[in-house]
Design a binder for this molecule. Structure first.
Ligand SMILES: Cc1ncc(COP(=O)(O)O)c(C=O)c1O
Ligand SMILES: N[C@@H](CCOP(=O)(O)O)C(=O)O
Length: 465
């Protein structure tokens, strides 16, 4: 299996090499040259598999033997052994044919654990085998950071640097990152927003000369292909639990960087019968504007009560556009250049293909809080603000009541007590047992200006010899 860049000008990479990178040298994102496809019979034969067994079935064609099967199985088993629920991704019913897929049962309480526990173990395996040390650099609006730190804190061959927007993540999210005091873990609170953090990470991949000799950058954001790959699994898992492939299933996905829903799109291309894929956005609605009005223009970032989705530049949309433009790298390069200067417009064919695949809906904070209240009043089930956006988008755009609608619960409500309180809950949702002392733990992080040279200097100075 080879991985190629969406901009068509970078050499193809093997699986292990694609895991050890981030952006391609031409600025594009890596995707598999050929997507594995599963027949309906094969998918049907997976009914009843454990999450770990299914993960092996879905992931192994992408790995294509580069990691021996026995190793891959033990990496998968280790990655999901830290989850608090035996089902790993349990389904909870909230209304007729409406389901919540709880993706927050991992150690850091967000869906990021699914891919980042796996990526941490995979990196550890590859780096030990190669006797190689790397620098992980990541940007977070709150959830990727802690999940990546949790995945990498025990990897001796990794120094990890996570940039978060200063004062723009919840206190729980910040403390989940900054109370990890291992010597290889570094948190940077950047005086900027998430897009500034993400820009800095992407630009650093383009010129890595600031790193100490012999080190390279590895991404933990969803620009890293392994992130997307591991997230495909839970679409199959939920689909099978609800009767696929004999009957179709729909998904509603709270969306920011477009990684999670892109994994759903891939599951569909690989053979899972998915009816609707709903892009649910907060007031940072560039994807909703693009789909509804072909308006893919940057606007000032709004700070919402669903801060993890306060994202304007959705990295993985480029991966989708690559397919929508017939995998023409030069067309993508042109589009991305247009977008860099403020906006891009899709051509008619591409736009109609996107509209066939996705529906979209946008919510502001008020509507989001109404949903938290309404769902709690009816079911006593407490949604986090991001999940609430997915639930409402599903309800507003649903075409068929007879097809199960799965709303991805991307985070645990205890990560966002402020939003939950504003929505009318008088008691804060309880943190799981392993985090009850979170607010008593010592914190360590550095506040840095939004200045790439300063950040790179800080990284270079803190990489261990
Ligand atoms: C809780 C939560 N929900 C939804 C999202 C959006 O996911 P994606 O960036 O994959 O679109 C994120 C982060 O991006 C998140 O942290
Ligand atoms: N919401 C994310 C933003 C980064 O997204 P990623 O999936 O590309 O890592 C976060 O919580 O950090």
């Amino acid at each position: 299996m080879k991985y190629i860049s969406t901009r068509g000008e970078a050499p193809p990479l093997s699986f292990e090499d694609v895991v050890l990178t981030g952006l391609a040298p031409d600025g594009g994102l890596y995707v598999p040259e050929n997507l594995p496809k599963f027949s309906q019979e094969e998918i049907a034969s997976w009914a009843g598999l454990s999450y770990q067994e299914l993960a092996f079935k879905v992931i192994s064609p992408f790995v294509a033997g580069e990691v021996p099967d026995a190793e891959l199985k033990s990496i998968i088993d280790a990655s999901y052994s830290t989850f608090r629920h035996d089902a790993i991704a349990p389904l909870v019913q909230t209304a007729h044919n409406e389901w919540i897929l709880e993706l927050f049962q991992g150690p850091t309480l967000a869906f990021k654990d699914f891919a980042l526990q796996f990526l941490g173990n995979l990196l550890d395996y590859i780096l030990k085998k190669r006797n190689q040390k790397v620098v992980v650099m990541g940007a977070t609006s709150g959830d990727t950071g802690s999940a990546a730190i949790e995945g990498c804190r025990h990897c001796d061959n990794i120094d990890i640097f996570i940039l978060h927007p200063n004062k723009r993540v919840s206190d729980v999210q910040r403390r989940q990152m900054t109370t990890v005091l291992e010597k290889n873990v570094h948190n940077i609170a950047l005086e900027g927003n998430f897009d500034d953090c993400q820009n800095m990470v992407k630009a650093s991949f383009g010129d890595q000369s600031f790193l100490p000799e012999g080190r390279q950058l590895v991404a933990v954001n969803s620009i890293n292909w392994a992130r997307i790959m591991a997230q495909i699994v839970y679409y199959f898992y939920a689909g099978l639990a609800l009767g696929a492939p004999a009957r179709p299933v729909s998904f509603s996905v709270p969306t920011g960087n477009f990684g999670d829903i892109f994994a759903g799109y891939l599951a569909k291309q690989m053979g899972l019968p998915i009816d609707q894929l709903v892009i649910a956005t907060n007031a940072n609605d560039i994807l909703h504007r693009c789909i509804s009005a072909n308006d893919h223009s940057k606007k000032e970032l709004i700070h919402s009560l669903s801060p993890s989705m306060d994202i304007m530049v959705s990295s993985n949309f480029e991966r989708l556009l690559f397919d929508m433009y017939g995998r023409d790298g030069s067309a993508i390069k042109q589009l991305m250049e247009d977008f860099k200067s403020g906006s891009m417009s899709l051509d008619e064919d591409a736009l109609s293909s996107v509209r066939e695949l996705f529906t979209s809906y946008r919510l502001d904070d008020e509507e989001m809080m109404d949903v938290i209240r309404e769902v709690f009043d009816h079911t006593e089930y407490l949604l986090d603000p991001h999940t609430a956006i997915g639930v409402q988008a599903a309800r507003k755009t649903r075409r068929r009541q007879d097809i199960p609608m799965v709303c991805l619960a991307t985070a645990h409500p205890a990560k966002f007590p402020e939003a939950v309180r504003k929505a009318g809950q008088d008691t804060d949702p309880t943190l799981p047992h392993h985090m009850t002392d979170l607010f008593d733990r010592e914190e360590r992080f550095d506040v840095l200006d939004n200045d790439m040279a300063a950040v790179q200097k800080h990284i270079a100075a803190n990489v261990r010899a």
